[in-house]
Design a protein around this ligand. Structure first.
Ligand SMILES: [Zn+2]
Length: 430
């Protein structure tokens, strides 16, 4: 009797409780449209099942577990959270100032603590704009970016997932021209200056010790004229790869890109001037290009701020070679990840300003599917993290929703209606 009573108890009381426990923490999203970032297509009427911080199933007509929280996004297009491949959260350039002034003021008058606090607000603006992952590439003091990342990871601050580089590994002078002899030590507040092959290895070890996620180097250090040597860069790549860290190179000229490729880097930032043969070599070596371009709207704002006497037509003419190189990169089959390099205060929030990059790609003539893939799945490839950038079983539940269909008009990305990071709703749909 006692046994039977226990059985009854377990069947009718415990089992339903277990069912409830199983579906607690389960969310189902009904998506009117869903962007498949790997295939570059939009699917209709999809259901996404989320358990904890991850997606467990995606498809049409999937059964929603009883007790699951249902989010009705049937009036929206759902996309993976956007990935910013090139940010500078801890720096702001007013748009009309000498670079050396911006960096030296940041080091001597702003300081790492205030930079990190201001960076936190900029990080949150990215999340509000629909970016759930940001790859931050230096100009962040001495590991103040690592501190910000830790504060976000532990839940102290809201913000996107950060992948941070620490101070960029640079040749003499970093990107700070014009300082007097005796004052150049200021540069080490924002860059790690490399002096030889053994020092290059040591710099990577320092970065590993302090907890960076990737290594940023300056193949050339524009606006300065100095280069890292190929053996220095090669030593950096060897040491970084030992620790499974990717190496990406600031490289603005074809020569700087070719030297970085010779050293075996994984990514190229900017690539403003690049030959077709170099683009093909990047494809062969599986090196990803992060073209950091400015759209006409932001370019016009900067032109106005600088009080330059340039017509809209002249701005378009100046952009033409950069547009051409984007189309040539596509033609060559080079993988493009979307990174804005936005660090200017031009009247928009940092996250909104960064998103203008996608409009720059559209102005160049890249297909919208390619642009959305560059801001999602290709960003995940760049970070070598398959749990990012796609809405698939096993991926992290980093999900955004927009009105309209971004494959028809990019303007639908301007207002992001819903943001979820790691299964937690950050911005609920109205
Ligand atoms: Zn940059």
């Amino acid at each position: 009797m006692r046994y039977r009573f226990n059985l009854l108890f377990s069947c009718f009381l415990v089992f339903p409780w277990l069912l409830w426990a199983q579906s607690a923490g389960v969310t189902a999203i009904k998506a009117g449209r869903l962007f498949d970032s790997e295939r570059g297509i939009v699917l209709t009427n999809q259901i996404i099942i989320i358990r904890g911080n991850s997606i467990t199933a995606v498809g049409k007509g999937i059964a929603i577990p009883p007790g699951a929280t249902v989010l009705d996004l049937s009036q929206y297009t759902v996309l993976p959270g956007l990935i910013e491949a090139h940010s500078h959260l801890l720096m702001e350039h007013p748009g009309d100032e000498d670079n050396t002034l911006t960096v030296t003021k940041a080091v001597t008058m702003e300081g790492d603590a205030l930079r990190a606090l201001r960076g936190a607000a900029r990080a949150q603006s990215y999340l509000d704009a629909g970016y759930t992952t940001v790859r931050d590439l230096g100009n962040s003091g001495v590991y103040a970016d690592v501190a910000l990342k830790r504060a976000i990871d532990e839940g102290t601050l809201p913000g996107p997932r950060l992948y941070v580089s620490g101070p960029g590994l640079a040749p003499e002078g970093g990107q700070v021209p014009g300082l007097m002899p005796g004052q150049t030590q200021l540069i080490t507040g924002d860059y790690r200056i490399i002096r030889g092959v053994e020092d290059a290895r040591l710099a990577v070890r320092e970065h590993v010790y302090h907890g960076v996620d990737l290594i940023k180097i300056y193949s050339n250090s524009s606006p300065n004229k100095t280069y890292l040597s190929v053996p220095e860069m090669h030593a950096i790549v060897e040491e970084a790869h030992l620790h499974q860290l990717k190496v990406t190179a600031h490289a603005t000229t074809d020569l700087a890109i070719r030297r970085a490729l010779q050293a075996g880097v994984d990514g190229i930032e900017h690539g403003y001037v690049v030959a077709d043969s170099t683009l093909r070599r990047m494809r062969r070596q599986h090196v990803i290009l992060v073209p950091t371009d400015m759209d006409f709207q932001l370019a016009q704002r900067q032109v106005d701020k600088l009080r330059m006497n340039l017509s809209a037509e002249q701005v378009r003419t100046l952009a033409k070679p950069y547009h051409d190189r984007l189309l040539r990169a596509r033609q060559a089959g080079t993988t493009i990840a979307a990174g804005s390099d936005m660090y200017m205060g031009l009247g928009l929030s940092r996250g909104q300003a960064a998103k203008r990059l996608l409009f720059a790609y559209a102005e160049a003539g890249l297909p919208l599917a390619d642009i959305l893939r560059a801001a999602t799945w290709n960003g995940a490839l760049l970070l070598a993290e398959p749990r990012l950038g796609r809405l698939q079983a096993g991926a992290w539940a980093d999900i955004i929703a927009v009105k309209g269909n971004p494959l028809e008009s990019l303007s639908s990305l301007e207002g992001v209606a819903f943001v979820m990071k790691a299964g937690v709703v950050i911005k609920p749909a109205p």
